[in-house]
Every structure is written in C-alpha cells, then in structure tokens.
Design a protein around this ligand. Sequence first.
Ligand code: ACO
Length: 325
Amino acid sequence: MTKAVILGTGSCLPERALSNADMERMVETSDEWITSRTGIRNRRIAGPGEQNYQLATKAARRALAVTGIKPEELDLIVVATISSHMIMPSTACFVQAELGAANAFAYDISAACAGFTYGLDLASNYIQNRPEMKILVIGAETLSARINWEDRNTCVLFGDGAGAVIVAGANDGRGVFGSNLRADGKLWNLLCMDSPESCNPDLRQEDWQGAFIRMNGGDIFKHAVRSMEDSVTSLLRQHDLTIDDIDLMIPHQANIRILNNLRERLGIPEERVFVNLSQYGNTSAASIPIALDEAHRQGRMARGDIVLLCTFGGGLTWGSLLLRW
Ligand code: ACO
C-alpha cells in the first residue's frame, strides 16, 4: 500500500538570538526563573528579510535540495502557521511564488502548535488518493510579531523559525501509518490571539486587548500533558504497539517540564526523545519540523525506525502521528 514518505527535511532560523539575559533587560524576570520553569535559554527573533514566508521559503529550498526535486514538480504546498505577515494571500501562496512552484496549489492551515502534524496528516491523506503527488509541508512562525513584549507571562516562551518536509508516495513499508488528531474548541480561551482590531465598529470585540498571544499557563500545562498522553496511548493501542516500539519521539517543543512529565507518564527514556527547546523556545507550528530536520541531520533516525510525533496547542488542538522512517 502506498504511504506518504518524508523524502527530505529543511529548516531556517532567524539570525538574531535573544537570550534569557537579554529578557532580563526587557521585563522583570531572571535566567533562573525562565530556565527552571521552561528549559528555554535562547530564542530566535526575525529581523529584516526574515518574514514568515521568507523563513518558510528558505526551509523549503533546503528540503528540496536534499531530494533533488525541483519546485515545478511540486503539486501542493501546505503551510501551517498562525503568524502570516498578511491575512490574504496565504503564506503558502508567497512560498509558491518565491520558489517558482508554478504547478502547485497552495494554502495555509491554522491549528496553532499542532499545525504541522495536522498538515502532515493531510498530506498523507492526499497521497492515499493520488500517490504520484509531491507535497511540501511547512510549519513557519514569526510569533515575535504577535507577542506583548511587556507581558513576562508569555514573551519569554516563544521564538521564530520554519521547518519543511517534502512528502511523496512509496510502497516500501516506510511512511505515515497512523494518526490521532483531536480538538476541543470549548477551551479556546486558555490560549488565544486576537485579530487586528475590526474596521467594522459593529464587529469590534468589546474586550479587545491587542493582537497578542494570551494564555492561562497553568491550565495549558495540565491539558498539554494529559492530552498528549491520551493521544499517544490511543494511537499506539490502535496499532498494536507499545512505547518500547518507538525508536524516536519528536514532541512539540513547548516547555521542558511538559516534556519530562509526558515522558515519565509514557515511560519512554530520555535518549529516545528529541529535545532542542533550550535554543529556540516554542516556535509553535515550526517546532516539530525544525526538530525533525535537526534529528535527521544528526543521524538520529535510521531507515525503518518508528518515529512518533506528538503535539498540543491553541484551539485547543492536539494529536500524534506515527511514521516508519
Ligand atoms: N519571570 C518571572 N516571573 C514570572 C514570569 C517570568 N517570565 N512569568 C510569570 N511569572 C510569575 C507570575 O506572574 C506568577 O507570579 P504571581 O504568583 O505573583 O502571580 C508566578 O510567576 C507563577 O509562578 P509559577 O506558578 O511557579 O509558574 P509555573 O510553574 O506555572 O510556570 C509557566 C509558568 C512557565 C507559564 C507554565 O505554566 C507553563 O509552562 N505553562 C505552559 C505554557 C506553554 O507552554 N504555553 C505555550 C503554548 S501551548 C503549547 O505550546 C503546549
């Protein structure tokens, strides 16, 4: 049976790093507080020439270079993002134009930190129907443009970046073989970001507080751990696997305490969980594809390995996905 295989990965991080010492000069915080509560030491912040679509395009070029596939051979470009520099057109359309991927249709999906995993699942489903397709899936964020830099509760957590994968069909046992995607819109207000203020006075929200990320950190923490555990456990059971069958878990990089809690609940040893959070902070939809690219380039996955992705974000949205590398 044809499955969606990742043929190549790429990523792109902005040049400028913002350390915890830099954060100490911006808000009332400390390196000790941030490191002990989150595991984050640095984050990358976009500058000139590093708009969301520009980071996305560079990541895509790097992924294409690994595969030898030309931009005009792409059939579809999906970008998972919640921080497009324009509402219309989509970031995917900008990437399509920048790459010269003239034969690809293109659109964005919005599922916050879970966006890349949703996108990879989407690509996998396209491949089931049209196995000849070549699909570029990107997670790209410039959340630095959506953060209240005076709010210490959120500004220390996030960073910018992009990661990309090229997906195509194969019949050799590799590829995506399962997913468990979930959402609970009733809990939207635990983690949200307002739109720019409405031009239509009748549609203006009375409680508009600026187009910034707002979060109930404690509740998000609890939901993140429980939801990802539940999703992974259900997915493994569905495929008659146990956590011992997983060669590498690549979780959404949000917070080291969330990851350690999840790891302990699932019973997976540290050496089988990929973590690069300390350098980049939480890059939302970009975090898993950046981690996937780094894990790939570091040789952490051998052909045939079972890789588990798991994620959680605003929406609420969450889920997990299994693939044989
Ligand atoms: N520096 C210093 N103090 C801070 C900072 C900061 N940067 N941010 C918050 N505080 C203060 C708060 O104001 C609060 O003070 P108060 O008690 O006087 O009101 C206090 O620290 C809260 O401290 P704790 O309860 O010890 O903080 P906690 O252990 O809950 O950690 C954190 C807070 C890090 C936000 C945690 O709740 C968390 O990580 N939640 C998950 C959030 C997350 O990852 N969101 C990302 C999006 S969702 C996702 O990607 C999974």
